[in-house]
Design a binder for this molecule. Structure first.
Ligand SMILES: Nc1ncnc2c1ncn2[C@@H]1O[C@H](COP(=O)(O)OP(=O)(O)OP(=O)(O)O)[C@@H](O)[C@H]1O
Ligand SMILES: [Mg+2]
Length: 261
């Protein structure tokens, strides 16, 4: 089974004239791959990532996440898939300023029905993984850009998603901090996570084992899948979704979903 299968994806935005963001994109991402998506501004990279992560639905074509065709799943079902399988990291971090790093990371488990104490414990462990155990009580305003992005990555990985989708996670960072973030993603990939990284920076893209180039909404080059790591994370025994009946815990984070930063 593959982590992501996109078949003949088209995306058109309404408007006069309508904007074609993607045209007939087909790509398969196997478990354990580290794929960089590159291309000029407006070429459709963010759109592709949003569709791959089921945040947006395509106009045409089929998206399968972990073997499940997303088109047949309700919005609620897709939220559960995202909460259970996908971690998002975005350029702007999207951390909650009034919360500590630990609380921000713990929010990544909100939609998983995990009790508060366990969320905090897991958040501490996730911060340790990104090298920020000693900043747990700091608020985003007290952290550097690179540290904020590490917190956002910790929030994305706290639920141990099989797939991490990162849209320009280094765009707001200086080159040293950006390289550190890519190194961190490469480490997560070595530990088994499937990573799709959107970046403008071809030097950073070189850390990936596969590079997909977009132009005008179409794939113009794909260096092809390399052999995935043998310890690639596959979902343990079928569908892993949010516990049914689990209460939606309260959080100041309006609209923040598990693993969605
Ligand atoms: N909601 C929207 N409504 C209309 N057009 C949109 C919308 N979102 C994206 N587009 C258009 O779709 C095209 C692809 O946009 P997208 O954001 O995917 O590009 P990108 O490759 O991520 O660019 P960048 O590198 O600047 O982030 C662009 O022409 C953009 O203007
Ligand atoms: Mg973009």
């Amino acid at each position: 089974m593959n982590a992501l299968v996109l078949t003949d994806i088209g995306k058109q935005h309404h408007g006069t004239p309508p904007v074609v963001a993607l045209r007939s994109v087909t790509m398969t991402v196997g478990y354990g791959e580290f794929v960089a998506v590159i291309g000029p501004s407006g070429s459709g990279k963010s759109t592709l990532l949003a569709i791959a992560g089921t945040l947006e639905r395509p106009t045409t074509g089929v998206v399968e996440v972990a073997g499940e065709p997303a088109g047949r799943i309700s919005d609620r079902g897709l939220s559960a898939i995202r909460a259970g399988r996908i971690g998002f990291v975005f350029q702007q971090f999207f951390l909650i300023p009034a919360m500590s790093a630990l609380e921000n990371v713990a929010c990544g488990l909100l939609y998983r029905g995990v009790p508060a104490g366990e969320r905090r414990r897991a958040a501490g462990a996730a911060l340790e993984r990104v090298g920020l155990a000693d900043r747990a009580q700091h608020r985003p305003g007290q952290l550097s850009g690179g540290e904020c992005q590490r917190v956002a990555i910790a929030r994305a990985l706290i639920g141990e998603p099989a797939i991490i989708l990162a849209d320009e996670p280094t765009g707001n960072l200086d080159s040293a901090a950006g390289a550190g973030i890519v190194e961190l993603l490469a480490g997560l990939n070595s530990a088994g996570a499937t990573i799709v990284l959107v970046t403008h920076n071809s030097e950073l893209a070189a850390a990936a084992s596969r590079i997909v180039s977009l132009r005008d909404g179409a794939v113009i080059a794909d260096s092809g899948a390399k052999t995935p790591h043998s310890n690639a994370k596959t979902p343990p025994g079928g569908t892993k979704t949010a516990r049914s009946g689990a209460k939606t815990p309260s959080c100041d984070a309006d609209g923040q979903e598990g693993g969605h930063v």
